[in-house]
Write a protein that binds this ligand. Sequence first.
Ligand code: DC
Length: 251
Amino acid sequence: MSTWSHDRPPYLGGSIGHVKRITIAIDGYSSCGKSTLAKQLAHHLHYTYIDSGAMYRAVALYAMENGLITDDALDRPNLLRVLPNIHIAFKHDDATQRSATMLDGRNVEHRIREMDVSNNVTLVSPVPEVRAKLVQLQQEMGEGGGVVMDGRDIGTVVFPNAEVKFFMTASTEVRAQRRYLELKGRGAEVTLQEVMANLERRDLDDTTREADPLIEAPDAFVIDNSHLTSAEQFDLALGHVVKAIGVVTEA
Ligand code: DC
């Protein structure tokens, strides 16, 4: 529950005073713009944004740095042994004014976005023990509502009772092009073909793994943003959120 000033729109509590802060789950394929939409909504609603994929990436980076991934193979017994000691958190970064992913107290926000981590993340993400640890952490972080979380299993496993669920998709070509430009913009040495191959591999891994595969929650709003601008997508999503807040608003 929180109190808002009177000049805000009604769904933010303008004339009502108290508005229940809901949970918004965003799932979908890799590089679909989930985080863009999640950040827009979180910013607009004054909610917390949580990037669950960053947590799987951080576990992959840990495994890479500690000799637990060699020749595309994961040393699973040893990962399970050290798993309880891997510490993952988010911390506000004063320099960028954004939340940063912390692995054992170290800021790995940029490192986990690099291609080698993207290529190794689906070695650790299917491991049920890894998922159990991260899902629990995500549920704790989202306790009390007022969060927008994006990932693959947020509306199905992490927050099956989320008031609003989105399932995002776009064509592989559009997604690869967007991701390629993003990586290039950060100075990465990468080709469009490599990005496309990584996306296709992760889509296959994410949808076919046994533990918590990427599937559409039956009550999710599907957004195909192949031909939507980010402003159009935001308006569409906000419309659903406003309706849901209207339903759960407490006077
Ligand atoms: O959202 P992302 O591309 O940064 O996620 C990286 C990987 O983590 C992705 O290939 C699948 C996995 N992941 C997952 O299994 N479950 C989640 N909730 C989020 C991500």
